[in-house]
Ligand binder design. Sequence first.
Ligand code: NAD
Length: 356
Amino acid sequence: MKIFELLSSHGHERLAFHHDSATGLKAMIAIHSTVLGNALGGTRRWAYNDESEAIRDVLRLSEGMTYKSAAADLPMGGAKSVIIARGGQHANEAEARAMGRFVDTFGGTYIAAEDVGVNTQYCDWMALETPHIMGGETVSHGGDPSPYTSLGCFNGMKACLKHLGRKVDFSGLTVAIQGVGATGFKLAKLCKDAGAKIKATDVNKSALDRAVKELGVEAIEDGAALLTAKCDILAPCALGGVLDHPAIERLQCQIVCGTANNQLLHPNDDGMHLKVRNILYGPDFVVNAGGLIRLAGLHLGMSEAEIDRKVEAIEQTTLTVLKEAAHAPSAHDAAVAYAKRRIESGRANKRAVTAG
Ligand code: NAD
């Protein structure tokens, strides 16, 4: 694997490796960009098949964070960290504290948070070793960001409706939600409270039962059937990569707008395919930035009102990106171009300050 080629091909700044012999921790931190500021990004703890898979993941995810922060107009860059979990080894305090010490070596350039395999307890343990953590529960570092992610996505849905010239009225709409966990459940509630009919699926039966009991959603036990369900809005709120060529071919929705990261398996091709099929796509990293806005906002010392305004602004940003998508290969491409423009203007401002 040619690591420097990988770094330079997507403009990454740093990739750091760490091994802690006392706990066996094997971790990496990738900083994609600090052009707009220090970089906040979650820590993923995953049983990767091999090291190269972990390297590719941390590079891909950190680049995504750069675009998400830039599109959300945050003065922050993009980074991510991964922990290579060993089979059968449970997350524990000693490992988390070792990870916290690794994060601390970045002196605040990198700020860690929750991600897959890392919960608020793990963040609290990391925070025993470094102040550069967000998302922990007891250290009052912002707590659970999911309500903000769901609200931001709901705002993205409104933008999609507006873009199509439809009334922003959820009564009479059918929203199909894949995954009713932390973000999907809250998104289902927002849509339901606004008058929508909800169809939902989840591989976790108790999560689906709860959504049926508490929100009265129509349960679709067969996950594949949910993706092909006739609906106005399909909201992927579980895994990444759910939309590939065959899946897109079978969609029966007008809009795709959900909280999941990296919904398109092949972002360029699948983005274009959605456009060809005349299905409007609310780009994932634009519409799911609410949680990041919350954590970054608190970290940057923003007031609750400022944070709320930024989560609300997701609607306008989505509208702008969708408008620009008319002249781009896809909504995904338009969103990346939008984020890159913000980064380039940040770079130009930095140069001007240095020159002055
Ligand atoms: P979660 O784990 O709380 O919920 C995910 C749910 O999806 C779970 O109930 C799980 O059982 C279900 N699920 C998993 N695989 C499934 C499948 N194949 N079909 C149907 N259901 C399935 O996670 P979350 O925090 O709600 O995050 C969901 C997605 O949103 C992830 O992609 C995450 O990266 C992204 N995201 C979350 C946040 C946040 O604030 N939590 C922010 C930005 C993006």
